[in-house]
Write a protein that binds this ligand. Structure first.
Ligand SMILES: [Zn+2]
Length: 241
């Protein structure tokens, strides 16, 4: 039903009056009851006179009442937020499907994806750092397990290295080596370390595994160096005197 914003004034337009109105290019609005020019009524081809029964002003009020209060226009930021919200909800509801499809996609596009990731990271350094930090916070337990595994794997690596060094030492020790003297040199290094607080190492003057020659594990090939001297020497023989 049409809402009337003025009291009903009746249809009381006589045939004579109606004909006179048409002649003058006028029409009476059945809502507000005022007689207005035809141009104040919108076209309506379903009507016998080709015009709507409501004047334009009454039609605006009528259609506003039908469509309810106008919703305020959203800003671009609000629209973007709504899209994000919808996307988030979609991801939540389709978690499992998305996991399967994205896994399949990843398997099929591994190389291209690695390339893309690298590019994205270099272009979004700050964002990448933030994402990483967030991930680390959320996966602290996983990281602890991974670190433990890594440490034990590298402990094995370290031990393997030490063992192979010991084995080389054994192979490089000829029968005529004076084990007592060798032992004394190691003891002296330990004493110097304890006394000075500066770590001292026993060094092979000719490395047991040199590039051009291999030294022997014998007393004459041993010297005591501070750890710093020893580590900076590497496997080079600068002054084998
Ligand atoms: Zn009207």
């Amino acid at each position: 039903m049409a809402t009337r914003d003025v009291p009903y004034q009746g249809q009381g337009v006589s045939r004579v009056q109606l004909a006179a109105n048409r002649e003058a290019g006028l029409k009476r609005c059945f809502v507000c009851g005022s007689t207005k020019p035809f141009t104040d009524f919108s076209a309506d081809r379903s009507r016998s006179d080709g015009r709507q029964p409501r004047c334009k002003a009454c039609y605006a009020a009528y259609s506003a009442a039908r469509s309810g209060p106008k919703r305020p226009r959203l800003t671009d930021e609000q629209k973007a937020e709504n899209r994000r919200k919808l996307a988030r909800r979609y991801r939540e509801r389709n978690k499992e499907n998305l996991r399967v499809t994205s896994r399949a996609w990843y398997d099929a596009n591994k190389e291209g994806f690695a390339e893309y990731q690298k590019k994205w990271r270099s272009e979004n350094i700050e964002r990448h750092r933030a994402v990483q930090l967030e991930w680390r916070k959320a996966n602290a337990d996983r990281i602890a397990v991974r670190n433990k595994e890594y440490a034990s794997a590298n402990r094995a690596k370290y031990l393997a290295h030490t063992r192979s060094r010991q084995a080389r030492k054994m192979q490089a020790t000829p029968v005529w080596a004076d084990l007592k003297k060798i032992e004394a040199i190691y003891a002296e290094a330990a004493r110097l370390t304890a006394e000075t607080g500066v770590p001292h190492h026993v060094d092979h003057i000719y490395p047991l595994r040199g590039k051009t020659m291999c030294g022997l594990h014998v007393e004459n090939n041993l010297q005591i160096l501070t750890a710093v001297e020893n580590l900076s020497k590497g496997n080079r023989v600068d002054d084998p005197g």
